[in-house]
Each structure stands twice: as C-alpha cells, then as structure tokens.
Design a protein around this ligand. Structure first.
Ligand code: AMP
Length: 481
C-alpha cells in the first residue's frame, strides 16, 4: 500500500474512498503535475494562482477539491466556475460531472451567453450545487436574481488571462462582489500578465502560486516555417495549407487563422479539394460550433479551421499536426496554438505559413522563443506537390434528436445500434450526449444500416428523429460569407 502511495498517487490525499474508486474507473492512476501541486493546497482550502493550460488536468485539480467541499443535501450553489467560452464551460461541466459520480445527485448547471436565458432560469429553479458559466451571462442572472451566490464556498476563475483579454474584468469584479468574503478562490491562467497579479492581490488571500512547465512538450514538436511568396495573392494561403495537408496527410489537423473570413475561405478550399474540413469561428451559431467540435473529436472531421477565440479551451487529445495559416500576433498565442500538438510525450508538428512581407513576425517569434534553435525555415516549394487526395475520415456523425433531457445515455444508443438486425459494435465510435441531442460516430460504410436501425427502434421507449450531420464548412462558407 505504501508503495502505491507514491508522490503522484491520489491515495495520499485523504479523498473519500468512493472518489478514489471513481478516479480509478476514469483511468486516473497518477496525478498530473498541476494536480500534484494544486490538490493538497486546494483541499486545505488555500487560495491558489496556478499556471496551467488545457490538457494539463487542471479541471480535476480544482474539480476534485470543490466536490470535497460540497454538501450534496444543500441545493444552494456552493461552487461557481467562470470560464471565457461556452466550449470550455461545457468541457469543464462534463469533467465535473464525471468526477462527481461518487456523490448522489450532484447538479451541475452551465450558464453561457448565446443561448436563451429562459431554460437556464428553469434549470436553476430547483437549485444547482455547481454552476459553470461565462461572466457576462452569470452577471445577467445575478441582475435578474435568478442566481444567488451567498452560499458559494469555492470560486474558480478558469483561463483568467483569457477572460480579462476578452473584456470580462468588470463582470468578474461584479460577480466576486456577490460572493461571500470567506470563500476560497482558485485562479487558473496560462500566463501571468500584470492585471492577473492585481486581480489576485485584490480578491485572494495569501494566494499560493503554482507553476508547472507549460511548454515541456515543445521540444517534441517539430516547428517549421514555410515561406509562401513575396506578398499574398488570391487563395495562395489556402493552397499552401492544402499542399501541406496533401503531402503530410495527417490523420487530423487544426488550422489556425487570425480572422473568421480566413477560416471559411480555407475550409472551403479544403472541402472543394475533397478533405473533410470545417470552419469554427465565434460568429457561428452555438449549435453549429458544438456540432463541428463533436465531429472533430469523434473523427468525422479531419481538419478543423479555427480562430483562436473559437478554439480556446479545445481539449483534443494527441493532435498530430497544427498549421498556422496566419502567423499569430504574439508568442503567447503561438505557444498556445502549438501546445495542442505533441501532448503527453507524443510527437507533433507545428507548421506555420508566412509571406516575405511578414518575415519580421517570424523573426520576432524566433527571437522570443526559448527553443528557436529547433525551428526550421523552408519554402513551400520544397514540399512536393502530391497528386492523390489523402485518405479522409472513415467515420460520419449521426445526430439523434434526444439527449440528457430524455434520459438517454451512451449505453442506450450503443444497445439500440447493436440490437438484432443492427450493426457491429466495432463500427461505432464516440457517443456524445448533449441536453437535447445526441451524436454518434459511425463507420461510413455502415451509416445507412445505422440510420435504418435507429429509425426502426425506440430509445428509452421513444422514437427520435435521426439525421446525418452535414459537412458544415461548405454550407457556412457559401451561404453566409
Ligand atoms: P484538462 O486540462 O482539465 O482539460 O484535462 C485534460 C484531460 O486529461 C481530460 O480529458 C481529463 O479527463 C484528463 N485527466 C485529468 N486528470 C487526469 C489524470 N490524473 N490521469 C489521466 N487523465 C487525466
């Protein structure tokens, strides 16, 4: 036993045995670096200011601690987690629900902008132990008095630097003012600019600072800058992205752009060339954004073409390649973007395009980067023009018009699909259940059979509409911009 209690084991933390079992069931055997540093302090109710990115296990670092301090019988909101974007809120809420499985009936509610407020008010009416939301929408609920924060014992500011960058600072201050002074405040941030320090000084008590090596994996990332010509003309940038994708043929790839126009243009060029590429930017409807992310995660979208804001908080495991179609404006954004590849010791490639008139930006990035020596500069012409279309996705996503509200669980969908006359379990990929809809990835050659099976049978005693999700890039690209 004492051996198992090694430095990075969860066993030394005095967590409830049911939580240890739950963590084992989730496959969490060892603490990640940020968890090892943050959990003992957070469990001891200390305020924290921690440097951690998405992918570091930071959600569990605060989630495990805040769940320990919850009283399940009290339906007053006891934990509030503020995040910059709806994607991050959804991810955080999903992770908290998984971590809370050992407790009976813990209610986690997501409150974000871009969605109608009515249903949110409805779901708050019966109380919620944990609220995850964006600052703007949380403030709206406070003003409407549909949310009360007087019982908060843990406040989490996730991606605090991004929230400040996005102009949420006044809302955050207003929200903090509504919480009890004796709360515990846990702040997570990828970077520590001066305004983060002043936020901490103002609202935290004796905050313990935690830093983990954020760019430790950078060394396993192959960084190459490609010179594409003198000055950009026409669709040159999109063609260069296509050339890289054809040549390297990555299983999946995120392409980053600085503007939403670039995302739709590039996604369009890639789709026209036969790749399954989808745009993701902040001005798409939330429902569309959710669907794009679901398809990217479950392997039915090969190339995600995103702006930084839309991609914030993206939790994609083991992305083999990241392409910077536009050079990021500063090193922090660059590090954040390329940090999505080469995670957890896996090798990754970060390819960046630039034109001669942008060379000063490359120089600035290299000058400030710690491991500039590892970066290479090549010309796009050095990448051979491939003739064959690279292999694309083997899966497609079906959407089912019922979700958590209809009490659907992944097992129900799996069971229906594999029931008599159905398809093999091996043809079924990831299943995502949202509030009102569910999504399941299916091998393309089994898609018709899967639709027929879902249409013929009931799930939880009910029939639900089933449809194949469209590839959104072409629709969004043509219809809107
Ligand atoms: P986060 O940085 O919170 O977005 O977490 C990144 C991913 O790591 C999530 O998919 C978590 O489920 C997973 N994760 C968190 N902690 C652990 C752990 N101790 N062991 C294995 N996986 C973990």
């Amino acid at each position: 036993m004492s051996e198992a209690k090694g430095q990075d084991s969860f066993l030394g933390l005095n967590l409830p045995p049911a939580q240890i079992e739950n963590l084992t069931a989730l496959g969490y055997e060892h603490m990640t670096a940020v968890q090892a540093q943050a959990l003992p302090l957070a469990l001891a109710r200390k305020d924290l200011i921690a440097q951690a990115r998405t992918g570091s296990g930071k959600t569990a670092a605060f989630g495990i601690a805040l769940l320990c301090h919850l009283n399940p019988r009290d339906f007053g909101t006891q934990s509030l987690i503020l995040c910059p974007t709806r994607e991050l809120c959804t991810q955080v809420a999903t992770e908290i629900r998984r971590l809370a499985r050992y407790l009976p009936n813990i209610k986690v509610v997501v409150l974000c902008g871009g969605q109608s407020i009515g249903p949110q008010i409805g779901s708050l009416a019966h109380g919620a132990h944990v609220v995850v939301g964006t600052p703007g929408r949380i403030k709206d609920h406070l003003l409407k008095e549909t949310l009360k924060l007087e019982r908060i014992n843990t406040l989490v500011l996730d991606e605090a630097d991004r929230m400040l960058d996005m102009g949420f600072s006044e809302d955050i201050e207003y929200i903090i003012g509504e919480t009890p002074a004796d709360r515990q405040t846990l702040m997570f941030s990828a970077t520590f600019p001066a305004h983060i320090d002043s936020l901490s000084a103002q609202y935290q008590r004796d905050a313990q600072r935690i830093t983990v090596e954020t760019v430790a994996s950078e060394t396993t990332i192959d960084q190459t800058y490609y010179l594409c010509g003198k000055k950009e003309e026409g669709t040159q940038r999109a063609e260069a992205v296509l050339r890289l994708l054809y040549h390297f043929s990555p299983e999946s790839c995120a392409v980053f752009c600085n503007t939403r126009q670039s995302t739709t243009e590039i996604a369009q060029v890639l789709s026209d060339a036969g790749l399954v590429a989808m745009a993701l930017h902040g001005e798409m409807e939330q429902r569309e954004r959710d669907q794009v992310l679901i398809q990217f995660r479950n392997g039915s979208c090969q190339v995600l073409v995103a702006t930084d804001v839309a991609a914030r908080g993206l939790d994609i495991e083991q992305l083999p390649m990241v392409i910077n179609a536009d050079l990021p404006r500063d090193l922090e954004v660059y590090t954040h973007r390329i940090g999505r590849t080469g995670r957890a010791g896996n090798e990754g490639a970060a390819l960046s395009l630039f034109f001669e008139n942008e060379r000063f930006r490359v120089d600035a990035l290299l000058e400030r980067s710690d491991n500039a020596g590892a970066a290479q500069i090549k010309t796009i012409e050095s990448v051979p023009q491939a003739r064959d279309t690279p292999a694309t996705c083997s899966k497609q996503t079906l959407s089912i018009a019922g979700g958590r509200k209809n009490k659907i669980r992944p097992g129900d969908i799996l069971g229906t699909l594999t029931a008599e006359g159905g398809i093999a379990g091996t043809a079924i990929g990831r299943i995502d259940i949202l509030e009102f809809a569910s999504f399941v990835a299916i091998d393309i050659d089994q898609i018709e059979a899967a639709i027929a099976q879902l249409e013929a049978r009931r799930i939880k005693g009910q029939k639900f509409k089933v449809r194949r999700l469209h590839t959104i890039a072409s629709r969004t690209g043509r219809a809107r911009y």
